[in-house]
Ligand binder design. Structure first.
Ligand code: SF4
Length: 158
């Protein structure tokens, strides 16, 4: 079907979300179980705890964070930009090891978002643009799609 893929760990059922929960997509968990997908959680790799306060990008998208034009702030007002960038670099290092054909990351996350991210106001509203990890991976030429696109590409649950 395809070469190896890299996936957001929470999509494979790993409880690495800020809340301590996951975002299980059964077909993705099955690919990990079969050794065809490698799970990665940038925020965990960046040293953030589980659980942790939710965080959003203020004033831009992941490209703006990488360029120093926007910051990642958590809901308690702490600047967590450095941890998000460290996590993105760790995910990039993982991608270089795996050599994935595609990367499937969780839509709307400030790290993993693909087409959309939350808008920085903690209101549930979104804005266009990728998260920090997706932006870095795309800068290095990797194809990143969301789980929503992945399911839409004829990859139904087994
Ligand atoms: Fe999932 Fe990515 Fe958030 Fe980790 S950083 S919990 S992999 S969306």
């Amino acid at each position: 079907l395809m070469g190896k893929i890299l996936v957001s760990a929470c999509l494979a059922g790993v409880r690495c979300k800020y809340s301590g929960g996951h975002n299980l997509v059964p077909v993705i968990a099955e690919l990990v179980r079969q050794g065809k997908a490698v799970p990665v959680c940038p925020e965990s790799l960046g040293g953030l705890t589980i659980p942790r306060p939710p965080a959003e990008i203020k004033g831009g998208d992941g490209y703006d964070v990488l360029a120093g034009r926007a910051r990642v702030m958590d809901k308690e007002g702490r600047d967590v930009t450095a941890a998000f960038i460290q996590g993105a670099r760790a995910a990039l290092a993982r991608a270089r090891e795996v050599g994935p054909e595609i990367i499937v990351l969780k839509e709307r996350s400030p790290s993993c978002g693909s087409k959309l991210i939350y808008d920085g106001n903690f209101s549930g509203a979104t804005r266009p643009g990728p998260g920090v990890t997706t932006a870095l991976l795309r800068e290095y030429g990797y194809k990143v799609i969301s789980e929503e696109e992945f399911k839409g590409e004829g990859n139904p649950s087994p």
